[in-house]
Design a protein. Structure first.
Ligand SMILES: [Zn+2]
Ligand SMILES: [Zn+2]
Length: 255
């Protein structure tokens, strides 16, 4: 969030429930997160654990009063996905538009920008820069750098150690980076080990990376524990990084 605007990064299953839990209508403290105000979202890549909440993101804020289009940014494929979901809900949308339910004719419409590397969005609050990360064979996979008036925040997306992330992550205030447990990794079968090594970042490697980049805060997110404890993951990172480490969890607020 920046001032009165929320910017959503990825929309996995449950995203709308978690957003609404933080909005005043449901006992939360952030008016920016009232569903009717949710109109900007950025997708790192098309994998379902990051995009499975798109139907809810397109429809529910509209039903709750969003009176502007939803601006979506993401890799190739997002446009079709948004259109196909909207088509799938045609009967519901028509019913709400044409029946007795008060409904506006804009809030269910998605304006999709399929992105390349570079500056992809700018308003008075924030500039968003996209960069390709290193998510195995998935070429259409990005991380995002958000530059606000007083902070630089980078989201790694799903990625193994990425040289382009390193370029953009110098002097950032907050590095949000995915991670899997190096301890838990040992329990995986060889085929999964090969997969995860190419697609994701181990807790030991994340510590080495953070030590090199030295963010003011490191937020470890998208955590694959595989039975390891939170302490184990933190200790792995700490082996190489002495700065502040926070393990991400639902509804966590960081400034
Ligand atoms: Zn992924
Ligand atoms: Zn993922």
């Amino acid at each position: 969030m920046v001032d009165d605007q929320a910017y959503i990064v990825d929309f996995g299953p449950g995203v709308i429930r978690r957003i609404s839990a933080m909005s005043p209508s449901w006992g939360g403290q952030f008016p920016q997160l009232e569903l009717k105000n949710i109109n900007h979202a950025f997708l790192t890549h098309i994998h379902s654990d990051h995009s499975g909440g798109l139907a809810d993101l397109i429809l529910t804020p509209w039903v709750m009063g969003r009176d502007s289009e939803l601006n979506l940014f993401g890799p190739k494929g997002l446009k079709d996905m948004a259109q196909n979901i909207t088509d799938a809900y045609k009967l519901d949308i028509d019913y709400r538009l044409n029946g007795t339910q008060p409904a506006n004719d804009k809030g269910f419409i998605s304006i999709v920008s399929e992105i390349n590397e570079g500056s992809i969005y700018k308003d008075s609050n924030v500039e968003v820069i996209a960069f390709r990360n290193s998510h195995g064979d998935l070429f259409e996979s990005f991380g995002y750098l958000f530059i606000t008036n007083d902070k630089k925040i980078i989201f790694s997306g799903d990625t193994a150690i990425s040289t382009s992330l390193k370029k953009y992550a110098k002097d950032v205030d907050i590095l949000v980076h995915e991670v899997y447990s190096s301890e838990g990794f040992e329990t995986k079968t060889d085929d999964w080990k090969i997969y995860h090594k190419a697609h994701h970042t181990s807790s030991i490697d994340l510590g080495i990376l953070a030590n090199e980049l030295n963010p003011k805060k490191l937020i470890a997110s998208h955590i694959l524990f595989w039975g390891a404890t939170e302490t184990s993951v933190i200790e792995d990172i700490k082996e190489n990084f002495k700065g502040e480490i926070i393990l991400a969890s639902d509804l966590l607020v960081i400034d």
